[in-house]
Design a protein around this ligand. Structure first.
Ligand code: HEC
Length: 293
């Protein structure tokens, strides 16, 4: 390959880059929504990213190697479609520099002369571009209705959000000591048992009879024996007494499960029960913790 061929190639690559840039903008806009296009979610994001990468790489290549212009004029005459003479003639109506003499006005303001030129090409491109865009916009939003209008878009987003909220609520993310309820599903209580075995037996004994921590099988509670009381103690702990806060380790649903498991221990016989601590818990009378400490 001689120098001329290299330069020709570079000019071609540069032209390709324009097309790539256009494709990039199109893929950013995601004309076809992922759900209806059959392509997987995020497909257009990936396409856009890859295109952007290629574009950047090509530009980087040019910065590194130069376009061949400057010191040596390229032998190839560059002619993009926007420089085609008929486009210039009919769309911009601009006068080529060589013929400027013909449109020079006769008035002379202290040596400053005026060209009777047409509107600048960039302005015309913008103008005709906006007309094309308007046509496209009307087709897209009002005739074919492929894109949703503002209100519909809002409703769609709200629907997605409420679905997400429902899923989050189901996953237990919103459970707090105010809203927690007793889980009665044996599968959830079993989950609670596993959490208890993994985290709590060192201090409360495998059967809940108590070691360092109090007996969880009797009806005596230091902080109250309701599901909300137990959840709260597990969540915040009593650090001063050696019961740590579990909210950074267990998620709310897990804390609900283990609380429910502890309630299910009530009345079971522990092999080596620790002496009762606190005061008897009366389910009907007490909705508030029996003792605050
Ligand atoms: C490092 C030891 C330790 C571990 C581990 C531990 N606890 Fe405790 N726990 C304690 C102590 C000590 C207390 C008593 C706090 C007090 O006197 O206020 C306690 C109290 C409690 C109480 C309140 C009892 C009452 O009478 O009001 C509950 C419920 C409880 N723990 C559940 C758990 C659960 C569930 C786990 C596992 C996720 C766990 N604990 C892990 C030491 C521990």
């Amino acid at each position: 390959m001689n120098l001329l061929q290299v330069k020709t190639l570079m000019v071609r690559i540069m032209r390709l880059n324009k097309i790539l840039t256009f494709l990039f903008l199109v893929s950013c806009y995601k004309i076809v929504p992922a759900e209806t296009s059959g392509f997987p979610d995020g497909y257009y994001d990936t396409v856009a990213l890859v295109l952007l990468l290629v574009i950047v790489l090509i530009f980087a290549g040019f910065i590194f190697y130069g376009t061949g212009e400057g010191k040596h004029k390229p032998a190839v005459k560059r002619k993009s479609i926007f420089q085609l003479s008929f486009v210039n003639k009919y769309i911009t109506g601009s006068t080529p520099i060589e013929k400027e003499g013909e449109i020079l006005l006769q008035d002379d303001y202290d040596g400053i002369k005026e060209l009777d030129n047409r509107v600048p090409p960039w302005f015309n491109y913008l103008f005709y571009g906006s007309i094309l865009f308007a046509a496209y916009y009307m087709l897209d939003y009002h005739v074919l209705k492929t894109s949703s209008l503002q209100e519909a878009e809002y409703a769609e987003e709200m629907a997605v959000a409420s679905q997400l909220k429902e899923e989050l609520a189901k996953s237990g993310t919103f459970i707090t000591e105010e809203t927690v309820t007793l889980a009665e599903d044996p599968a959830l209580i079993e989950k609670g048992r596993q959490i208890f075995n993994a985290n709590c037996v060192a201090c409360h004994a495998a059967d809940g009879g108590g070691l360092i921590g109090p007996n969880l099988t009797d009806n005596y509670w230091i902080h109250g024996g309701g599901i909300k009381d137990i959840f709260k103690i597990i969540k915040y702990g009593v650090p001063a007494k050696g019961m740590i806060s579990w909210q950074t380790i267990l998620d709310p649903a897990q804390m609900q499960n283990v609380s429910s498991f502890i309630i299910s221990l009530k009345g079971t016989k522990s092999a080596n029960p620790k002496a009762p601590e606190g005061i008897p818990y009366n389910e009907d009378a007490a909705s508030e913790p029996v003792a605050e400490k």
